[in-house]
Design a protein around this ligand. Structure first.
Ligand code: UD1
Length: 358
């Protein structure tokens, strides 16, 4: 039996195609949700919309400090591994659940496969960078989504035979659901016209937990919002911070977190996307929609080198010129990277079957 694990929102769209492909082939399979994200809007809606089976086991770990959350996942997932002894544990991405489950498994001598391996921001202030590094160095099968992932792993001394460039599983989900997402016309309920608005997401602690940075961001967004309508679905962390500070964000329109389909539909018809997320940099590149990333670095360089992503920094004086140039149509075209073709999960499961000698 193989065991796939999800924990937080960005895991769902990466793991859904793998879980569905394993099921389609009739592989004995167990599906675990750690419960790192637990709200309906952060979790349940994605299972429904991505047509994922319900988890066989829900660990219900919830929020906490990094050590608390990681430790709770390890303790709960170790029990699952001891009881069921999977032949392989599959984890995705870079959240605390990813590292915690990988570490619990390998200590029981259960091999681990990592989907979206090798990405590096080279920024050790990001908690995700540690999750990525440590997970990769204990995993047996490393599935990379872009060439830089394979290069980074080789540079870190990981054996070539463990590295498999399969493409981007999250883009499998995008390709499977894009038509139905656009058909919903989610911009209508937001009173927006397709092709005219900006879509915004910000949730990284480095940005929202720092009152000075958040205040700078508010000012810059209000200014951009004067020339293009801006829609800002709020991650729970961001909502808490904005409510605590109690400042005026108008004309930026603040709304609750959106489901996968509404967000994808809105993204597909946006004039520009502004984000500090990882996955959205890739989704906009796949859609050919200009994306200004509100960070100084990216672990997904192919989106800048080939796609529509531009690093806009975190300071107003950096962000404004980049966004203005993009709105003027400069330097915002791109190509879709290799193997972002909707079939990455097929290659993942092919490789796993070969590895298992099935
Ligand atoms: C996590 C990931 C991050 C990813 C993000 C996507 C880590 C280290 N970080 O950050 O890489 O980009 O998910 O969303 O794993 N909360 C709720 N309801 C929920 C989930 C969270 O209200 O369903 C609140 C909690 O109060 C919590 C806060 O959001 O304290 C942060 O949640 P947490 O899972 O700790 O990290 P994220 O900031 O979401």
């Amino acid at each position: 039996m193989i065991c796939s694990v999800v924990g937080a929102r960005p895991n769902f769209m990466k793991m859904a195609p793998v879980v569905l492909e394993a099921k389609r082939r009739g592989m004995p399979h167990m599906f675990v949700h750690t419960g790192q994200h637990y709200d309906a809007a952060m979790s349940t809606v994605f299972f429904d919309e991505l047509k994922m089976p319900r988890p066989d086991t829900y660990l219900g770990v919830g929020s906490g400090s990094h050590a608390e959350q990681t430790a709770r996942v390890m303790i709960a997932f170790e029990r699952v591994c001891v009881e069921h002894r999977p032949r392989l544990v599959i984890v995705a991405g870079d959240v605390n659940s990813t590292l915690a489950c990988a570490l619990a498994a390998v200590k029981l001598d259960i091999p681990v496969a990592h989907v979206e391996a090798g990405l590096r921001s080279f920024d050790r202030t990001m908690p995700e960078e540690y999750n990525r590094l440590l997970t990769d160095h204990i995993a047996d099968l490393l599935f990379t989504s872009e060439p830089s992932g394979s290069v980074n792993l080789r540079n870190e001394g990981i054996a070539a035979e463990r590295i498999h460039f399969v493409g981007n599983c999250m883009i499998d989900s995008l390709r499977a659901h894009l038509a139905s997402a656009v058909e919903r016309k989610p911009w209508k309920q937001m009173n927006l016209e397709p092709g005219t608005y900006g879509l915004l997401t910000v949730h990284r602690p480095a940005m929202v937990d720092d009152a000075v940075k958040l205040e700078q961001l508010r000012k810059v967004l209000r200014e951009i919002g004067g020339s293009v309508p801006l829609l800002f679905p709020l991650h729970p962390r961001t909502r808490k911070r904005i409510e605590t500070l109690g400042h005026d964000w108008s004309p930026v329109k603040l709304v609750d977190p959106l489901g996968y389909l509404d967000f994808l539909g809105l993204m597909a018809k946006a004039r520009i996307v502004l984000t500090d997320s990882g996955g959205i940099q890739e989704e906009t590149t796949a859609l050919g929609v200009p994306c200004a990333t509100l960070r100084d670095n990216t672990e997904r360089p192919v989106t800048v080198e080939m796609g529509t992503n531009r690093l806009a920094g975190t300071k107003p004086e950096q962000i404004l010129p980049v966004v203005s140039a993009m709105l003027a149509g400069h330097n915002s075209h791109g190509r879709v990277p290799d193997l972002w073709d909707g079939h990455a999960a097929v290659r993942v499961v092919d490789t796993i079957e070969q590895w298992m000698g099935r």
